[in-house]
Ligand binder design. Structure first.
Ligand code: ATP
Ligand code: MG
Ligand code: MG
Ligand code: MG
Length: 432
């Protein structure tokens, strides 16, 4: 008898198989028991008919608690009533690990309770669906950048430099020196781009975000491509192609997950159509002011209501271009004719999901960068290696960062970013 996964059931119709699974749910009457089985690849039903199995096996099936792990044997058969299309007619069950008083029952639970039980909450069909979408986004990211000729480079997590400002840094000791956990791999990725042309990274980043929002995590994962000999316009094209590719692949490969999440496919399909609209920061401020937002003036960064309003004015992700110099990092390329703005972009997701990508063309002039580093009050010595990149064959280059969990939250259509990562780190929460 062959051991298979639930996902493989379609290849085994009429055959006897063995499956290792957990009991997600159970219904039974005097003559029949229905086991909802979960093995991580999919869910389906095991049917135990009293007259077809030993009395012992039937009693065992009737008594199975939620989340008991079992080895179950039987015959795969087509089942037109279930979405999955197949079920297992059970002949025998072996209990591997008992489960008593499983805390997460099919009834409603509060968020804090679920967060306290995140290690178990992950077993639910909704969380399974979200993690499948997360996995598909990661897989498609590698495929996209690979096919575009990028190579993957891993920047360090422990670092002595802090490109995004110092307020959100996690400090740690590096023997006798002070070090930080990476907030972005960008500066290292620029060095990699000067060495290898087109590079991307995918790794964890850490920000001590003091605010509680539904889009900020303390630890999140970021995709950071960096491209030599590319200006902002070319970078915007890569960004929109990449995001459309992610959405297309989720549509093509995550059918069941999208059903579980009740995500509207027609809405997602719109996001696969290019190009995405663009609006300048200046015009975005004017648009907001004209429409009753008097809490924003030129020079401010947008908050979530502003981003939502701008995004709702378009049906697709939108690029906001060229923000004020004062609110962007020191390495951003200055505008060729204007003193007050820099060459950068944010991609704002539709449906109120906010910024998913931040990108910019990078400053290439040595003297300009040195001056900016001084203006920002940064330690010049720590940036000597970075300045070297402008000394030895500097070229125009651009890059961007996409927050993985922001993309997962948006494409899945879920409410809060805490469900887009297996074990979220949030303000006031590091358990479990
Ligand atoms: P925000 O304005 O939403 O705080 P940011 O401008 O500070 O984001 P960037 O430094 O541009 O973020 O980082 C690049 C991307 O990383 C963002 O576009 C977003 O997708 C993601 N990101 C940033 N901060 C977080 C966070 N705390 N949790 C999850 N994702 C984040
Ligand atoms: Mg931020
Ligand atoms: Mg931002
Ligand atoms: Mg940003």
């Amino acid at each position: 008898m062959e051991r298979i996964t639930i996902k493989q059931a379609s290849d085994y119709v009429g055959k006897e198989v063995e499956i290792g699974a957990w009991v997600a749910n159970k219904r039974s009457s005097g003559k029949i028991a229905f086991l909802q089985l979960r093995d991580g690849t999919a869910y389906f039903q095991g049917v135990v008919v009293k007259s077809e199995v030993s009395e012992e096996a039937f009693q065992l099936a009737k008594g199975l608690n939620q989340e008991t792990s079992i080895l179950v044997r039987g015959t795969i058969q087509e089942d037109s009533r279930s979405k999955f299309g197949y079920e297992l007619v059970v002949s025998d069950i072996e209990v591997i690990g008992e489960s008593h008083d499983y805390p997460i029952t099919p009834k409603e639970h509060g968020t804090e309770f679920l967060m306290d039980h995140r290690h178990l909450w992950l077993r639910s069909s909704k969380q399974h669906a979200i993690m499948q979408i997360r996995n598909e986004i990661i897989r498609a990211t590698y495929e996209f950048f690979n096919q575009e000729g990028f190579i993957k480079i891993d920047p360090p997590i422990l670092t002595g430099s802090a490109p995004e400002g110092t307020t959100e840094l996690f400090h740690t000791n590096y023997f006798d020196e002070e070090a930080y956990l990476s907030q972005s791999g960008q500066l290292y990725m620029e060095a990699a781009a000067m060495a290898f042309g087109k590079v991307f990274s995918f790794g964890p980043t850490f920000r001590a975000e003091k605010s509680k929002t539904r889009r900020h995590l303390i630890e999140f994962w970021m995709m950071e491509p960096e491209m030599a000999f590319m200006d902002q316009e070319q970078s915007l094209e890569v960004q929109e192609q990449y995001v459309a590719f992610l959405v297309s692949n989720v549509l093509a490969n995550c059918d069941h997950a999208l059903d579980v999440l009740e995500r509207d496919r027609e809405v997602l399909k719109k996001y696969t159509q290019l190009p995405y609209p663009r609006i300048s920061y200046d015009d975005a401020v004017t648009l907001l002011n004209k429409n009753g937002f008097d809490d924003i003036t030129w020079g401010d960064d947008f908050g979530s209501p502003h981003e939502t309003y701008i995004a709702n004015s378009f049906e697709k992700p939108v690029f906001i271009l060229n923000y004020p110099k004062a609110i962007k990092p020191f390495y951003t390329k200055p505008h060729p004719t204007r003193e007050d703005v820099v060459i950068c972009s944010d991609m704002i997701a539709p449906e109120g999901y906010g910024e998913i990508i931040g990108g910019s063309e990078r400053a290439v002039d040595y003297d300009y960068l040195l001056e900016r580093i001084r203006e920002f009050g940064l330690n010049e010595e720590e940036y000597a290696w970075y300045l070297d990149l402008r000394k030895y064959g500097t070229v125009p280059h651009s890059g961007f960062g996409l927050g993985l969990e922001r993309a997962v939250t948006w494409i899945s259509g879920i409410e809060h970013i805490r469900e887009a990562i297996p074990f979220p780190r949030l303000l006031n929460r590091i358990y479990p």
